[in-house]
Design a protein around this ligand. Sequence first.
Ligand SMILES: Cc1ncc(COP(=O)(O)O)c(C=O)c1O
Length: 393
Amino acid sequence: MQRLNQQFDLIRQSATVAMADRILALKASGKSIIGLQMGDPDFGTHPAIVDAALKAMQDGLTHYGPSRGYADLRTAVAKKLIRDEGVTYDPTSEILITHGGIHAYYLAMQSILTAGDDVLIPDPSWATHSNMVIMLRGNVNRVPAPADNGFIPHFDSWLKALTPKTRAIVLNYPSNPTGAYPSREYLQKLQDFAAKHDLWIVSDEVYGSLYYEERPTSAAAIEGAKERTLLVNSLSKSYAMTGWRVGFLAAPQHVIENALKAGQNSITCVAPFIQKAAAFALTDPAIQNVAAEMRSAYAHRRELVLRLSHELEAEKIKVIPPQGAFYFFLDLRALKMASVEMCERILDEMGVGLVPGSAFGEQGEGFIRMAIAASDEDVEAGFRKIVEWAEKQ
Ligand SMILES: Cc1ncc(COP(=O)(O)O)c(C=O)c1O
């Protein structure tokens, strides 16, 4: 038989997708399921953004567009980065429009990695961060980010994981799945560490605008960091635009030139009418208010879960308040059960869809990820069922 690319043997199927398939099958068989497994906002994209895309299509923007992205969209991104992160990027040379955050991450890694390079990635973390490195024939060195340290690696763990072949550090704050993010001082220390060892910092900030405590600091905003930082972001989570597939990479010019080549040779360009809708979403004042309302809704649901966990006096579940993003990483280690088994049983016995913590790395074992990107009713009913199930074990 013809040989396949063997790197793919090293990658497991996404647990989130596997769970979604199982849920679809259960729903098809007539069972009602509360879906708290997906990181996809329950809000629709605002109709004015849809209108902006329709108008662009009617205006004839249905052909190839610029691979780098339209200038007005790149300028809108640069303004967002100054406004929200306090970092100045040149829209002509330091910003690339991408097919969502995942594609920005792909282009970032393609631009800097050579086969055999090592990459440091905290554990737990979103599986794509590691999978992408493996697809590009790199090696992943996991850096434990334990619950007892607020899901942030102890600083000496970075040093322990470092090898002579280490090329990059991948950060994702606020984190999927934990919602955690470190202090500015911690990021400064990490930047100094990266500078000392000549490392890139690839920072996935797709949840950057979803925070419940002090605003998280962008990795690029740290003194001296911009020249070594590749900033990944998208409109998916912040503007409820997951299906539009639009995001961006902000990085030093020589990185963007590589990423542009990678983009031109894979997707050519992001659909022009999508780009126009994205530029509208990023700049229209009313849409910024809508995004703020969605953030308040997540904050409200977060409070709801915290209040319920107090009221229900759950003993077997430890609820750690997330600092950001829209997930709870519930600690069920007291049950001494594999997280895959827990999720399968909660789905079958209580009808609630979740993601096992082990999908995010070894440190996630014993945890389950519960998304609050669902209605208040579903979040409340789902959480009550999880507690009821856990207390019976
Ligand atoms: C940490 C993280 N980065 C990136 C993405 C993908 O974002 P996008 O829809 O913009 O590709 C996700 C989606 O769940 C995510 O959790």
